[in-house]
Design a protein around this ligand. Structure first.
Ligand code: URA
Length: 304
């Protein structure tokens, strides 16, 4: 008699093969479903996973991970105790090979258990969001509590400010791509809240995923939000106040370091907001975006 996990996996594979035989080449798998599929038998249930045919290349059977992985709390990981809506996993690109490669990367990252501490403490992996054909990419540090809960980067207070900055540039969040150095929320054992900087080991483990994202997206400019993003991408620890506003290069791509929006929330001085806006104007110039007199004039009066 096969285990409930095996039955679940068999049902999923049968469903995917059926879709494939009908011509489907892409499916979307929610973060929750992927996590549930990655569970060993003792946490799995026998009902088939909800795999919906949309646009994500994952028609291969999902490999079962090695049993050494650290388990999340069972209450949040059994298949049918998950009430949250699935994380958006749709991958759209003008280039179907690029979409397929990005979807494959996403599938791998969502199932990552390389950092046992983070794999066991996270609610979800925060892969990244936005337009993979965008010329503009924003890179932050790591998910916080809100991002961990929603599976999307920059959705908390700092994220809302980042969204305002992006909107002020005349584009929407959906027009750019947003990702983090670390894809899991840094754990804070023994504390019910709070954030911490990713460790060097965590950054070194996770950064190849970001390299792969950037290699596929091929943005024309990258904005590194804060010191950790600069350190992760460039290995520079000079200090963000020294680096910001000065173009750097990441593998041939212009990279603009600027303050993290969380810094702007902590330091409400107009002078600091103005610096970030000046950095964004430089990015807009680099991308030959239209800059209106109003955009040029933001903060013109601001001196404090
Ligand atoms: N801060 C970050 O650096 N990334 C997020 O996704 C959220 C907050």
């Amino acid at each position: 008699m096969s285990s409930a996990y095996d039955q679940l996996l068999d049902a999923t594979i049968t469903h995917l093969e059926d879709l494939k035989s009908k011509g489907a080449r892409n499916v979307t798998v929610s973060t929750e479903t992927l996590r549930a599929l990655a569970l060993p038998a003792k946490f799995a249930v026998s009902r088939p996973a909800a795999v919906t045919p949309v646009a994500l290349a994952a028609t291969k059977p999902i490999p079962r991970p090695a049993p050494v992985m650290a388990m999340p709390k069972p209450v949040t990981t059994t298949l049918f105790s998950l009430n949250k809506p699935p994380a958006p996993a749709l991958v759209i690109s003008a280039d179907s090979a690029k979409a397929a490669a990005f979807a494959e990367l996403q599938t791998r990252v969502l199932a990552c258990v390389k950092c046992a501490n983070l794999a066991s403490s996270r609610t979800t992996v925060v892969f990244g969001v936005g337009n993979i054909d965008s010329p503009l990419m924003f890179v932050g540090e790591a998910p916080g509590a809100d991002e961990d809960a929603q599976g999307e980067p920059f959705v908390g207070a700092a994220g809302q400010l980042l969204t305002k900055i992006i909107t002020a540039m005349g584009v929407s969040r959906a027009d750019v791509y947003i990702a983090n150095i670390l894809k899991c929320r840094p754990d804070t054992p023994g504390e019910s809240s709070g954030n911490r900087k990713p460790t060097s080991a965590e950054m070194a483990t996770c950064i190849p995923y970001l390299h792969e994202q950037i290699d596929l997206i091929k943005p024309k400019a990258i904005v590194a939000l804060g010191a950790t993003a600069v350190e992760g991408l460039l290995g520079k620890t000079l200090g963000i106040s020294k680096l910001r506003g000065n173009w750097q290069t990441y593998r041939g791509i212009p990279l603009m370091p600027t303050y993290h929006p969380a810094y702007l929330l902590r330091n409400q001085a107009m002078s600091e907001k103005r610096k970030v806006w000046e950095d964004m104007l430089q990015v807009m110039e680099k991308l030959e975006m239209n800059i209106t007199p109003k955009q040029r004039g933001f903060f013109q009066q601001a001196t404090t």
